[in-house]
Design a protein around this ligand. Structure first.
Ligand code: ADP
Ligand code: MG
Length: 362
């Protein structure tokens, strides 16, 4: 459906996005995650044909959008974009939603039916007569989505649709997006700096950093198998270590890391310098006395001392000095059960399969 190759956008002298290759298939939900300023909005605007790239090619459903003979208006009408800060008109909700169809000169009876269908889709039909500016932020965002889907776009682009919304409103918006995708087979491209949201919604995720699309893959690929240290940090992996493979038995490797040996699953041969990535949720902690290695399937037991305990949402983020710092995320109850305190000795336990290993990259 969307085929971008070597897309670059330059403002002044800087490449705001650089040589992006990306294909998006009909019917999928693709989320673009990346820190703010990484180029998400710029890329969405190019896909939506609002901006033209400085270099590269863009084919939309087989049509070359840069061919001077291509009429872009019919292509643009097959897409709809919900902007980060959607402006609502100072009229009723239904008039706001009807706007796109009125603009296209659609018959008023048909408009009435379609406004109802669009408002039903976003769960706001009961507010059809309300003035749009009196709505909450979440409701306004749903009006903006209704206004976009009423034109029956094949592709719905959403730019940070839940930024600044409370968790409950965000949940509602996410359900609406999934429903539109499922029921209307609409291809969805969504930009977010919220990596967890990206993971919840997406069939596929693309990570954009400093204008480059650095990795695309499933949620599992991105969150458990990041390609680089920068991606790993962005997706919440705070333990990144480096070491050397000392032994490898059919993919079960022994890796020397800060004076210890960590067992992991990788085919990299002995002598290879590697990076090791540990998700904090995959690290559990136990007390040295009760730690019985023989009965556990967990291969790595690293003794260390707690250096910090900091609340992290509903969890506690605990740093342990095991020669190098390893971070664990425990629920508050597990933390209390073990009576964990800074300065205590604990054993960090990590399954060999939970350690992601790549060849060393700085
Ligand atoms: P994101 O949506 O990921 O936050 P943007 O695509 O909005 O990032 O912006 C990427 C970078 O491009 C930022 O550094 C921004 O300042 C710059 N930028 C965006 N639009 C323009 C513009 N029209 N002129 C100059 N710089 C721009
Ligand atoms: Mg943006």
């Amino acid at each position: 459906m969307i085929d971008l190759a070597g897309i670059t956008k330059t403002f002044g002298k800087t490449d705001v996005i650089r040589e992006i290759d990306l294909k998006i298939t009909k019917g999928e939900i693709f989320t673009l995650i990346g820190p703010s300023g990484s180029g998400k909005t710029t890329l969405l605007r190019i896909i939506d044909l609002l901006d033209t790239p400085s270099a590269g090619s863009y084919r939309f459903d087989g049509t070359d959008t840069q061919d001077p003979a291509t009429d872009l208006i019919p292509l643009r009408r097959r897409m709809a974009m919900v902007f980060q800060k959607p402006a609502v008109l100072n009229t009723s909700v239904e008039e706001n939603v009807a706007f796109g169809l009125k603009f296209r000169g659609v018959d008023s009876k048909i408009i009435g039916e379609q406004v109802r269908a669009a408002l039903d889709m976003v769960g706001l039909y009961h507010l059809a007569k309300r003035r749009a500016i009196s709505l909450s932020g979440g409701e306004m965002q749903r009006v903006a989505i209704a206004r976009a889907i009423i034109t029956k776009p094949e592709i719905l682009l959403l730019d940070e649709p839940t930024a600044n919304l409370d968790p409950l409103s965000s949940d509602t918006i996410e359900s609406v997006i999934k429903k539109v995708n499922r029921e209307s087979k609409t291809t969805v491209i969504l930009a977010t700096h919220d990596m967890v949201q990206g993971q919840r919604l997406a069939d596929r995720i693309g990570v954009i950093m400093n204008g480059s699309l650095v990795q695309t893959g499933t949620g599992h690929d991105i969150f458990y198998r990041p390609d680089t240290q920068a991606i790993a940090r962005f997706v919440g992996i705070d333990t990144i270590l480096s070491g050397t493979v000392t032994k490898n038995m059919e993919g079960h490797a022994y890796i020397e890391v800060c004076g210890r040996t960590i067992e992991a699953v990788t085919s990299l041969p002995p002598g290879t310098k590697v990076n090791l990535y540990l998700r904090p949720e995959e690290v559990s902690l136990s007390l040295p006395k009760t730690n019985d290695h023989s009965r556990s399937s967990i291969r790595n037991h690293l003794t260390g001392r707690i250096t910090g305990i900091v609340p992290f949402g509903p969890f506690e983020r605990i740093t342990v000095d095991c020669g190098c710092t390893i971070t664990a995320l425990l629920t508050r109850f597990s933390c209390e059960d073990l009576h964990l305190l800074p300065g205590m000795d604990v054993v960090a336990e990590i399954k060999a399969s939970a350690v992601h290993v790549t060849a060393y990259k700085p």
